[in-house]
Design a protein around this ligand. Structure first.
Ligand code: AMP
Ligand code: MG
Length: 424
Protein backbone atom coordinates (compact mmCIF):
# COMPACT_ATOMS: atom_id res chain seq x y z
CA UNK A 1 0.00 0.00 0.00
CA UNK A 2 2.78 2.38 0.93
CA UNK A 3 4.72 1.33 -2.11
CA UNK A 4 1.68 2.35 -4.12
CA UNK A 5 1.55 5.70 -2.36
CA UNK A 6 5.21 6.21 -3.11
CA UNK A 7 4.70 5.31 -6.73
CA UNK A 8 2.38 8.28 -6.99
CA UNK A 9 5.00 10.71 -5.70
CA UNK A 10 6.79 12.47 -8.53
CA UNK A 11 10.28 11.43 -7.42
CA UNK A 12 9.63 7.71 -7.19
CA UNK A 13 10.71 6.95 -10.68
CA UNK A 14 13.04 9.88 -10.97
CA UNK A 15 16.43 9.22 -12.48
CA UNK A 16 19.35 9.17 -10.12
CA UNK A 17 20.87 12.65 -9.89
CA UNK A 18 24.49 13.64 -9.32
CA UNK A 19 25.82 14.76 -5.95
CA UNK A 20 26.37 18.23 -7.42
CA UNK A 21 22.83 18.54 -8.68
CA UNK A 22 21.47 17.29 -5.36
CA UNK A 23 23.49 19.88 -3.48
CA UNK A 24 22.34 22.60 -5.84
CA UNK A 25 18.70 21.68 -5.27
CA UNK A 26 19.28 21.69 -1.51
CA UNK A 27 21.16 24.96 -1.24
CA UNK A 28 18.62 26.72 -3.45
CA UNK A 29 16.12 26.12 -0.65
CA UNK A 30 18.16 26.97 2.42
CA UNK A 31 18.77 30.51 3.67
CA UNK A 32 20.74 31.99 6.56
CA UNK A 33 19.16 32.42 9.99
CA UNK A 34 18.82 35.72 11.84
CA UNK A 35 21.33 37.08 14.32
CA UNK A 36 21.73 37.39 18.06
CA UNK A 37 24.09 39.22 20.35
CA UNK A 38 26.50 37.35 22.60
CA UNK A 39 29.21 38.50 25.00
CA UNK A 40 32.63 38.41 23.36
CA UNK A 41 33.78 35.67 25.72
CA UNK A 42 30.98 33.42 24.40
CA UNK A 43 31.64 34.11 20.74
CA UNK A 44 34.30 31.46 20.07
CA UNK A 45 33.13 29.09 17.35
CA UNK A 46 30.24 31.34 16.34
CA UNK A 47 29.79 32.99 12.97
CA UNK A 48 30.13 36.74 12.59
CA UNK A 49 26.82 38.20 11.37
CA UNK A 50 28.28 41.41 9.97
CA UNK A 51 31.56 42.75 8.61
CA UNK A 52 33.78 44.59 11.08
CA UNK A 53 35.79 47.70 10.24
CA UNK A 54 38.49 49.16 12.40
CA UNK A 55 37.61 52.28 14.36
CA UNK A 56 41.21 53.12 15.20
CA UNK A 57 44.79 52.95 14.06
CA UNK A 58 46.54 50.09 15.84
CA UNK A 59 49.02 50.66 17.29
CA UNK A 60 47.75 54.20 17.85
CA UNK A 61 51.31 55.65 17.83
CA UNK A 62 54.74 54.50 16.65
CA UNK A 63 56.46 52.49 19.38
CA UNK A 64 59.62 50.57 20.07
CA UNK A 65 59.82 46.86 19.26
CA UNK A 66 62.93 46.42 21.45
CA UNK A 67 64.42 47.47 24.75
CA UNK A 68 67.06 50.01 23.74
CA UNK A 69 67.50 53.65 22.87
CA UNK A 70 65.41 55.93 20.68
CA UNK A 71 67.43 58.30 18.51
CA UNK A 72 67.58 60.24 15.25
CA UNK A 73 69.15 58.09 12.57
CA UNK A 74 70.85 61.20 11.17
CA UNK A 75 72.89 61.42 14.40
CA UNK A 76 74.51 58.03 13.71
CA UNK A 77 75.49 58.67 10.09
CA UNK A 78 78.94 57.19 9.47
CA UNK A 79 79.20 55.76 13.01
CA UNK A 80 81.62 52.84 13.44
CA UNK A 81 83.51 50.99 16.15
CA UNK A 82 86.48 53.26 15.53
CA UNK A 83 84.44 56.43 15.65
CA UNK A 84 81.13 55.85 17.45
CA UNK A 85 78.41 58.49 17.60
CA UNK A 86 78.22 59.92 21.13
CA UNK A 87 74.69 60.87 22.19
CA UNK A 88 73.38 62.38 25.41
CA UNK A 89 70.94 60.04 27.24
CA UNK A 90 68.28 62.66 27.98
CA UNK A 91 65.06 60.77 28.76
CA UNK A 92 63.41 57.48 29.63
CA UNK A 93 60.19 55.95 28.24
CA UNK A 94 58.61 52.77 29.58
CA UNK A 95 55.57 51.09 27.98
CA UNK A 96 52.42 52.93 29.02
CA UNK A 97 54.23 56.22 29.50
CA UNK A 98 54.94 59.04 27.09
CA UNK A 99 58.00 61.29 26.85
CA UNK A 100 57.51 64.65 28.54
CA UNK A 101 59.64 66.42 25.93
CA UNK A 102 60.74 65.92 22.33
CA UNK A 103 64.09 64.42 21.49
CA UNK A 104 66.51 66.90 19.95
CA UNK A 105 69.66 66.57 17.87
CA UNK A 106 72.48 64.72 19.62
CA UNK A 107 70.13 63.05 22.13
CA UNK A 108 68.99 59.47 22.82
CA UNK A 109 66.12 58.39 25.13
CA UNK A 110 66.19 55.09 27.01
CA UNK A 111 63.13 53.22 25.69
CA UNK A 112 61.47 49.86 26.43
CA UNK A 113 59.42 47.52 24.23
CA UNK A 114 56.02 49.08 23.57
CA UNK A 115 57.17 52.54 24.69
CA UNK A 116 55.86 55.31 22.36
CA UNK A 117 58.60 56.80 20.22
CA UNK A 118 59.27 60.40 21.35
CA UNK A 119 58.74 63.24 18.89
CA UNK A 120 61.99 63.93 17.06
CA UNK A 121 63.20 60.29 17.14
CA UNK A 122 62.89 58.08 14.05
CA UNK A 123 64.58 54.83 15.14
CA UNK A 124 65.60 52.56 17.99
CA UNK A 125 68.87 50.74 18.57
CA UNK A 126 68.65 47.64 20.80
CA UNK A 127 70.46 47.80 24.14
CA UNK A 128 72.61 44.76 23.21
CA UNK A 129 74.24 46.78 20.43
CA UNK A 130 75.37 49.85 22.39
CA UNK A 131 77.61 50.83 25.27
CA UNK A 132 77.25 53.66 27.72
CA UNK A 133 79.69 55.91 29.54
CA UNK A 134 77.77 57.59 32.33
CA UNK A 135 75.00 59.54 30.59
CA UNK A 136 76.60 59.15 27.17
CA UNK A 137 75.44 56.55 24.67
CA UNK A 138 77.95 55.13 22.20
CA UNK A 139 76.48 53.98 18.89
CA UNK A 140 79.04 52.09 16.80
CA UNK A 141 77.07 51.60 13.58
CA UNK A 142 74.80 53.62 11.29
CA UNK A 143 71.09 53.34 12.06
CA UNK A 144 68.33 53.29 9.46
CA UNK A 145 65.24 55.47 9.90
CA UNK A 146 62.41 53.26 11.15
CA UNK A 147 64.68 50.56 12.60
CA UNK A 148 62.98 48.65 15.46
CA UNK A 149 59.98 50.99 15.28
CA UNK A 150 56.44 49.64 14.92
CA UNK A 151 54.73 52.34 12.89
CA UNK A 152 51.31 53.71 13.79
CA UNK A 153 48.57 51.60 12.15
CA UNK A 154 50.90 48.72 11.17
CA UNK A 155 48.25 46.22 12.37
CA UNK A 156 45.15 48.06 11.14
CA UNK A 157 44.01 51.51 10.13
CA UNK A 158 40.80 53.32 11.05
CA UNK A 159 38.12 52.63 8.46
CA UNK A 160 39.82 49.53 7.10
CA UNK A 161 37.62 46.42 6.80
CA UNK A 162 39.20 43.76 9.04
CA UNK A 163 36.70 40.87 9.40
CA UNK A 164 34.16 39.71 6.87
CA UNK A 165 30.61 38.56 7.47
CA UNK A 166 30.32 34.78 7.74
CA UNK A 167 33.75 34.33 9.31
CA UNK A 168 34.12 31.69 11.97
CA UNK A 169 35.27 33.38 15.18
CA UNK A 170 38.49 31.83 16.46
CA UNK A 171 40.93 32.95 19.14
CA UNK A 172 42.64 35.55 16.89
CA UNK A 173 39.25 37.03 15.91
CA UNK A 174 38.35 37.31 19.61
CA UNK A 175 41.56 39.27 20.20
CA UNK A 176 40.91 41.55 17.27
CA UNK A 177 37.30 42.19 18.30
CA UNK A 178 38.47 42.99 21.83
CA UNK A 179 41.09 45.40 20.46
CA UNK A 180 38.27 47.20 18.67
CA UNK A 181 36.16 47.43 21.81
CA UNK A 182 33.48 44.87 20.93
CA UNK A 183 32.40 43.56 24.34
CA UNK A 184 29.33 42.13 22.57
CA UNK A 185 29.28 40.53 19.14
CA UNK A 186 26.44 40.00 16.69
CA UNK A 187 26.56 36.40 15.50
CA UNK A 188 24.28 34.23 13.39
CA UNK A 189 21.85 32.22 15.49
CA UNK A 190 22.83 28.58 15.94
CA UNK A 191 20.58 26.33 13.84
CA UNK A 192 18.43 24.02 16.01
CA UNK A 193 18.46 20.61 14.42
CA UNK A 194 15.88 17.95 15.29
CA UNK A 195 17.32 14.44 15.08
CA UNK A 196 14.97 11.48 14.73
CA UNK A 197 15.92 7.83 14.48
CA UNK A 198 13.38 5.37 13.15
CA UNK A 199 13.08 1.59 13.11
CA UNK A 200 11.30 -1.14 15.10
CA UNK A 201 14.66 -2.77 15.73
CA UNK A 202 16.35 0.28 17.23
CA UNK A 203 16.91 0.36 20.98
CA UNK A 204 18.11 3.60 22.51
CA UNK A 205 20.81 4.06 25.15
CA UNK A 206 19.80 2.47 28.43
CA UNK A 207 17.48 -0.06 26.84
CA UNK A 208 18.09 -3.79 26.75
CA UNK A 209 18.56 -5.46 23.39
CA UNK A 210 15.81 -7.98 22.72
CA UNK A 211 15.82 -10.56 19.93
CA UNK A 212 16.29 -8.94 16.53
CA UNK A 213 17.15 -5.56 17.97
CA UNK A 214 20.20 -3.34 17.51
CA UNK A 215 21.47 -0.37 19.48
CA UNK A 216 20.80 3.18 18.30
CA UNK A 217 24.05 4.68 17.05
CA UNK A 218 22.80 7.09 14.38
CA UNK A 219 21.26 9.57 16.81
CA UNK A 220 24.63 9.99 18.46
CA UNK A 221 26.92 10.16 15.46
CA UNK A 222 24.50 12.63 13.86
CA UNK A 223 24.40 14.63 17.10
CA UNK A 224 28.18 14.89 16.94
CA UNK A 225 28.12 15.91 13.31
CA UNK A 226 25.48 18.56 14.01
CA UNK A 227 27.52 20.05 16.84
CA UNK A 228 30.72 20.00 14.77
CA UNK A 229 28.92 21.83 11.98
CA UNK A 230 27.81 24.56 14.41
CA UNK A 231 24.26 23.37 15.10
CA UNK A 232 22.32 22.77 18.31
CA UNK A 233 20.96 19.21 18.38
CA UNK A 234 17.36 18.66 19.49
CA UNK A 235 16.71 14.97 20.26
CA UNK A 236 13.45 13.64 18.82
CA UNK A 237 13.99 10.10 20.06
CA UNK A 238 13.45 6.80 18.28
CA UNK A 239 10.20 6.17 16.42
CA UNK A 240 9.03 2.67 15.53
CA UNK A 241 8.21 1.88 11.90
CA UNK A 242 4.69 3.32 12.10
CA UNK A 243 3.46 6.18 9.99
CA UNK A 244 1.61 7.99 12.79
CA UNK A 245 4.52 7.73 15.21
CA UNK A 246 7.00 9.07 12.71
CA UNK A 247 4.68 11.88 11.76
CA UNK A 248 4.13 12.76 15.44
CA UNK A 249 7.89 12.92 16.08
CA UNK A 250 8.40 15.14 13.07
CA UNK A 251 5.67 17.39 14.47
CA UNK A 252 7.61 17.75 17.72
CA UNK A 253 10.44 19.11 15.65
CA UNK A 254 8.49 21.66 13.64
CA UNK A 255 9.96 24.49 15.75
CA UNK A 256 13.49 23.54 14.69
CA UNK A 257 15.45 25.13 11.86
CA UNK A 258 16.26 21.80 10.23
CA UNK A 259 15.15 18.20 10.70
CA UNK A 260 17.11 15.01 10.15
CA UNK A 261 15.76 11.49 10.27
CA UNK A 262 17.59 8.26 9.64
CA UNK A 263 16.32 4.96 8.20
CA UNK A 264 12.92 3.97 6.84
CA UNK A 265 13.44 5.95 3.67
CA UNK A 266 13.83 3.15 1.13
CA UNK A 267 11.04 1.35 -0.71
CA UNK A 268 10.59 -1.44 1.82
CA UNK A 269 7.12 -2.16 3.15
CA UNK A 270 8.23 -0.77 6.51
CA UNK A 271 9.63 2.48 5.19
CA UNK A 272 7.26 5.24 6.28
CA UNK A 273 9.43 8.33 6.51
CA UNK A 274 8.54 9.73 3.12
CA UNK A 275 4.86 9.04 3.64
CA UNK A 276 5.01 10.79 7.04
CA UNK A 277 6.62 13.81 5.42
CA UNK A 278 3.94 13.82 2.77
CA UNK A 279 1.27 13.89 5.47
CA UNK A 280 2.99 16.99 6.85
CA UNK A 281 2.62 18.63 3.46
CA UNK A 282 6.30 18.36 2.63
CA UNK A 283 7.48 19.02 -0.87
CA UNK A 284 10.15 16.55 -1.90
CA UNK A 285 13.09 17.79 -3.95
CA UNK A 286 15.29 14.75 -4.40
CA UNK A 287 15.56 11.15 -3.55
CA UNK A 288 18.07 9.00 -5.42
CA UNK A 289 21.62 10.31 -5.60
CA UNK A 290 24.41 8.72 -7.58
CA UNK A 291 26.75 7.85 -4.73
CA UNK A 292 28.03 5.00 -2.68
CA UNK A 293 27.31 4.63 0.17
CA UNK A 294 23.92 6.13 0.81
CA UNK A 295 21.90 6.19 -2.37
CA UNK A 296 18.39 6.83 -1.03
CA UNK A 297 18.33 10.20 0.64
CA UNK A 298 15.29 12.42 0.63
CA UNK A 299 15.39 16.17 0.93
CA UNK A 300 12.09 17.91 1.45
CA UNK A 301 10.76 21.20 2.75
CA UNK A 302 7.75 21.53 5.01
CA UNK A 303 5.93 24.80 4.34
CA UNK A 304 5.43 26.57 7.63
CA UNK A 305 3.84 29.76 8.77
CA UNK A 306 5.98 32.60 10.02
CA UNK A 307 9.45 31.65 8.91
CA UNK A 308 10.44 30.09 5.62
CA UNK A 309 10.00 26.44 4.72
CA UNK A 310 11.60 23.93 7.10
CA UNK A 311 14.26 21.78 5.42
CA UNK A 312 14.13 18.05 6.20
CA UNK A 313 16.71 15.41 5.37
CA UNK A 314 15.62 11.78 5.47
CA UNK A 315 18.92 9.95 5.59
CA UNK A 316 19.48 6.24 5.02
CA UNK A 317 19.65 4.04 8.12
CA UNK A 318 22.98 2.33 7.73
CA UNK A 319 25.35 4.05 10.15
CA UNK A 320 27.98 4.90 7.53
CA UNK A 321 25.45 5.94 4.90
CA UNK A 322 23.82 8.27 7.40
CA UNK A 323 27.14 9.86 8.30
CA UNK A 324 28.39 10.19 4.71
CA UNK A 325 25.14 11.68 3.41
CA UNK A 326 25.23 14.07 6.36
CA UNK A 327 28.72 15.13 5.31
CA UNK A 328 27.83 15.68 1.69
CA UNK A 329 24.40 17.26 1.98
CA UNK A 330 23.32 18.16 5.51
CA UNK A 331 26.56 19.80 6.58
CA UNK A 332 26.65 22.38 3.77
CA UNK A 333 22.94 23.16 4.35
CA UNK A 334 23.52 23.50 8.09
CA UNK A 335 26.47 25.78 7.51
CA UNK A 336 24.41 27.90 5.14
CA UNK A 337 21.73 28.22 7.84
CA UNK A 338 24.42 29.12 10.35
CA UNK A 339 25.81 31.86 8.11
CA UNK A 340 29.21 30.30 7.37
CA UNK A 341 30.93 31.78 4.34
CA UNK A 342 32.61 28.40 3.74
CA UNK A 343 30.17 25.55 3.24
CA UNK A 344 32.50 22.78 2.10
CA UNK A 345 35.20 20.73 3.72
CA UNK A 346 38.68 21.10 2.28
CA UNK A 347 39.64 18.60 -0.42
CA UNK A 348 43.26 17.41 -0.60
CA UNK A 349 45.03 15.35 -3.23
CA UNK A 350 46.46 12.15 -1.76
CA UNK A 351 48.59 9.38 -3.20
CA UNK A 352 46.97 5.95 -3.04
CA UNK A 353 49.24 3.71 -0.95
CA UNK A 354 47.46 0.64 -2.32
CA UNK A 355 44.84 0.22 -5.01
CA UNK A 356 41.45 1.78 -4.19
CA UNK A 357 38.79 0.00 -6.23
CA UNK A 358 35.29 1.37 -6.67
CA UNK A 359 33.27 -1.43 -8.19
CA UNK A 360 29.76 -0.55 -9.30
CA UNK A 361 28.45 2.34 -11.34
CA UNK A 362 27.93 4.81 -8.54
CA UNK A 363 30.49 7.44 -7.56
CA UNK A 364 32.31 6.25 -4.46
CA UNK A 365 32.95 8.26 -1.31
CA UNK A 366 35.23 5.74 0.27
CA UNK A 367 36.62 5.82 3.76
CA UNK A 368 40.38 6.34 3.81
CA UNK A 369 43.00 6.79 6.50
CA UNK A 370 45.56 9.45 5.61
CA UNK A 371 49.22 9.62 6.52
CA UNK A 372 51.40 12.68 6.08
CA UNK A 373 54.43 11.84 3.92
CA UNK A 374 57.90 13.48 4.05
CA UNK A 375 57.14 15.90 1.23
CA UNK A 376 54.19 17.38 3.14
CA UNK A 377 51.65 15.48 0.99
CA UNK A 378 49.22 12.77 1.99
CA UNK A 379 49.09 9.03 1.47
CA UNK A 380 45.65 7.38 1.44
CA UNK A 381 44.61 3.83 2.25
CA UNK A 382 41.12 2.31 2.52
CA UNK A 383 40.09 1.78 6.14
CA UNK A 384 38.86 -1.71 5.36
CA UNK A 385 35.58 -3.19 4.25
CA UNK A 386 33.46 -0.42 2.75
CA UNK A 387 30.14 -1.96 3.68
CA UNK A 388 27.80 0.78 4.88
CA UNK A 389 27.12 -0.89 8.20
CA UNK A 390 30.72 -0.86 9.40
CA UNK A 391 31.00 2.05 11.77
CA UNK A 392 34.55 1.11 12.74
CA UNK A 393 35.77 1.87 9.24
CA UNK A 394 34.32 5.35 9.73
CA UNK A 395 36.06 5.66 13.08
CA UNK A 396 39.35 4.95 11.29
CA UNK A 397 38.66 7.37 8.44
CA UNK A 398 40.37 10.74 8.11
CA UNK A 399 38.62 11.46 4.84
CA UNK A 400 36.45 10.29 1.97
CA UNK A 401 38.21 9.46 -1.29
CA UNK A 402 36.08 10.51 -4.25
CA UNK A 403 36.26 7.92 -7.03
CA UNK A 404 34.27 7.71 -10.26
CA UNK A 405 32.06 4.66 -10.78
CA UNK A 406 33.52 1.46 -12.24
CA UNK A 407 37.10 2.52 -11.69
CA UNK A 408 40.15 1.78 -9.60
CA UNK A 409 42.77 4.18 -8.38
CA UNK A 410 46.02 2.26 -8.77
CA UNK A 411 48.69 2.36 -6.08
CA UNK A 412 50.77 5.50 -6.58
CA UNK A 413 48.02 7.45 -8.36
CA UNK A 414 46.55 10.62 -6.94
CA UNK A 415 43.01 10.78 -5.62
CA UNK A 416 40.95 13.69 -4.23
CA UNK A 417 40.02 13.22 -0.57
CA UNK A 418 37.45 15.20 1.40
CA UNK A 419 39.19 15.93 4.71
CA UNK A 420 36.98 14.98 7.64
CA UNK A 421 39.47 15.84 10.36
CA UNK A 422 43.04 16.81 11.05
CA UNK A 423 45.45 14.07 10.10
CA UNK A 424 47.08 12.68 13.22
P1 AMP B 1 16.71 1.08 6.79
O1 AMP B 1 17.17 2.31 6.06
O2 AMP B 1 15.57 1.35 7.68
O3 AMP B 1 16.51 -0.05 5.84
O4 AMP B 1 17.92 0.68 7.73
C1 AMP B 1 19.14 0.27 7.18
C2 AMP B 1 20.00 -0.37 8.23
O5 AMP B 1 20.42 0.62 9.17
C3 AMP B 1 19.32 -1.45 9.02
O6 AMP B 1 20.19 -2.52 9.16
C4 AMP B 1 19.04 -0.78 10.35
O7 AMP B 1 18.96 -1.69 11.39
C5 AMP B 1 20.19 0.16 10.48
N1 AMP B 1 19.82 1.31 11.32
C6 AMP B 1 18.73 2.05 11.15
N2 AMP B 1 18.64 3.01 12.11
C7 AMP B 1 19.73 2.87 12.88
C8 AMP B 1 20.21 3.55 14.05
N3 AMP B 1 19.53 4.57 14.58
N4 AMP B 1 21.36 3.14 14.58
C9 AMP B 1 22.04 2.11 14.05
N5 AMP B 1 21.65 1.44 12.97
C10 AMP B 1 20.49 1.79 12.38
MG1 MG C 1 14.20 0.06 8.62
Amino acid sequence: MVAKALARTPCYNARMISVEEALERILARVGTLGEEQVPLTRALGRVLAHAVSSTLDLPPWPNSSMDGYALRSADATGASTKSPARLEIAGRIAAGHVADKPLTAGQAFRIFTGGPLPDGADSVIPQEEVTTEGTTLLVARPVKAGEFVRPRGEDMRAGESVLERGRLIGPAELGLLAALGHAQVRVVRKPRVGILSTGDEIVDLGGLLGPGQIPNSNTYSLTGQVIEAGGEPVPLGVAPDRLEEIEARFRWGLGCDLLISSAGVSVGEHDFVKAALEKLGAEQHLWLVNMRPGKPIAFATIPSTGKGALPVFALPGNPVSAMVTFELFVRPALRRLGGHARLQRPVVQARALAAIPNPGRRRGFLRVALTADESGGYGARLTGDQSSGILRSMVAADGLAVIPGDSTIAAGEMVPVILLREVR
